[in-house]
Structures are given as C-alpha cells and as structure tokens.
Design a protein around this ligand. Structure first.
Ligand code: GLN
Length: 265
C-alpha cells in the first residue's frame, strides 16, 4: 500500500485528489502495476505521518502557512520534506512554501517549509488580472505518460511565482545573509537516516522554463522534492500526476531496498 497525501488546509486540494485517482487508473491500465493506492487529505500531523508522498496545492501561501502553524503541522511538514526527505510536490503556493527563500509581498512574508534550494518571487506576473494560460511542452514527462509527451501541457498561471534564483546548496539549510528581509527557515535537524542524507545531496534541476527566451523558471526538482509555478490540478490532464506517482513508487522502492541492505549489516 502506498499512501499519498494532499495538504488540505486551504486551496485546490480536492482537485489534486481527483487527478491522483485518475492518474492511478491510468497507470494501472497502461503498465499493469498493481499498487494499492490510498489518497488522503492531510490536516493533522497524524495523517501526515501515514504518507509516503505529499502534494501541497495551489492557493494562498500565507494563509496556508498560518493554518499549518496553528494546526501544529509546520514542524512535521519540515521533518517530512527536509529530514525524512519523502517525495513532496508543491504547485504554485505549494512551490512557494517549499522554497528556502521567498520575497515579501505588501502583505508581508510567511513561514516557509523549505526543501528546495531556490528563491522564488511570489506573484511574479502581477495581480489576479494578469493570470494566464500557456501551452508548454514539459520534456520531463518523457515516455512515462499516456499521451505523447511532446503534446503541450495547458499550464494555468494564477498570481504565479517563478523561481528567480538557484541557491548554493547547504544540506537543505539556506540562510542568505545579504537578504535579511527574506523569510528564512530554521535549520534542519540531523537527517535520521543515510538515505535521507543521500537525498539531501541532490542538486536543484531546472525542469521547465516559460520559454527559451525568458529567465523564468517554472518547474524545479531537487531529489524527491518537486515544485511548479502553475496548477495542473485545475486541468483534466493527469500526465504530471502519473509521472509523480511513478516517482513516488521509485522512492518507496529505494527506501525498501535501503532498509533491506541496512537490516543485514
Ligand atoms: N501568489 C500566491 C501566493 O503567494 C500563490 C497563488 C496560487 O497558488 N495560485 O501564495
């Protein structure tokens, strides 16, 4: 059994759960992989602790972070992402929360979860009226998905952030002295196991840009942690969800193999 949680404090969480269900059906039909998936909404540390992977949806990152703090979820979320290093995917506001650094807006900053060594610019494209959609090809989908991967993905940007800077890697802990105004997360605890330590060594990979001409990075990944600026959950296209479920299966398998080896030592 593999459990995937969707953080359900605020924002487009039910849309993600629906697409996860669709993706699991697609995966089963196409690959005959027999996995018993559980998709759950996460509102408590207890629910989070049952998850093998997590999605943080789009919405409003300040609101989400405040509710997370009030629900006692902020530290467990940081543990999940930065210590256990379990697969986590943030969309839009979720990407902001997974960044180690984000700019403040007029309404202020917020506590981040962190886990991606990047700095994001919130509301990069301006206000709600500047929201837009773009058909982009996402090469990372490769041949792991049903439809031809070269078929463009309808990317929905709503007050979207972009990754404006990749930060120097410091084992998941990022403090930029020059940017005192940035929200900085507390240092991660010592990783509980070697696998998590290995995961923490991964570099940030740029997975997609808005176009070849712009510097705007709209998808990044660092080992098990993935973030995108847009909202796949607001479309009916489950290709990224299929890809992500496959990534979770790989991570679960790595963990099992590691535990097996570790157990014999
Ligand atoms: N700009 C929003 C924020 O700061 C994110 C918008 C979104 O998730 N659609 O949280």
């Amino acid at each position: 059994d593999v459990t995937v949680g969707v953080l359900a404090l605020q924002g487009a969480f039910s849309e993600h759960v629906q697409l996860l269900r669709l993706a699991a059906q697609g995966l089963k039909a196409r690959k005959a992989v027999d996995v018993k998936w559980g998709f759950i909404e996460v509102r408590t540390p207890q629910e989070l602790s049952t998850c093998d992977g997590l999605i943080i949806p789009g919405g409003e990152s300040t609101a989400m972070s405040l509710v997370a703090a009030r629900s006692g979820l902020l530290e467990p979320l940081r543990d999940f992402v930065k210590v256990l290093r379990k697969p986590t995917w943030g969309t839009c506001a979720g990407l902001i929360l997974l960044a180690e650094s984000a700019n403040r807006t007029k309404k202020g900053g917020q506590e981040l979860i962190g886990g991606l060594d990047v700095r994001v610019n919130r509301n990069h494209f301006g206000r709600q009226v500047e929201s837009f959609q773009a058909n982009l090809s996402l090469p990372f989908l490769g041949d792991t998905v049903d439809k031809d991967a070269s078929e463009p993905f309808r990317c929905v940007f709503i007050r979207a952030p972009v990754v404006e800077k990749l930060l120097p890697h410091k084992e998941g802990i990022q403090v930029e002295e020059a940017e005192q105004d940035a929200t900085v997360v507390a240092p991660a605890k010592t990783p509980a196991d070697e696998l998590a330590k290995e995961e923490l060594k991964a570099d940030v990979e740029v997975m997609a840009k808005l176009s070849a001409e712009t510097p705007d990075i709209i998808a990044v990944r660092q080992g098990n942690v993935f973030g995108c600026s847009f909202h796949p959950e607001l479309t009916a296209d489950s290709r990224i969800h299929v890809w992500w479920l496959e990534e979770i299966l790989k991570a679960v398998q790595r963990r099992q193999e590691f535990e097996l080896v570790d157990g014999t030592v």
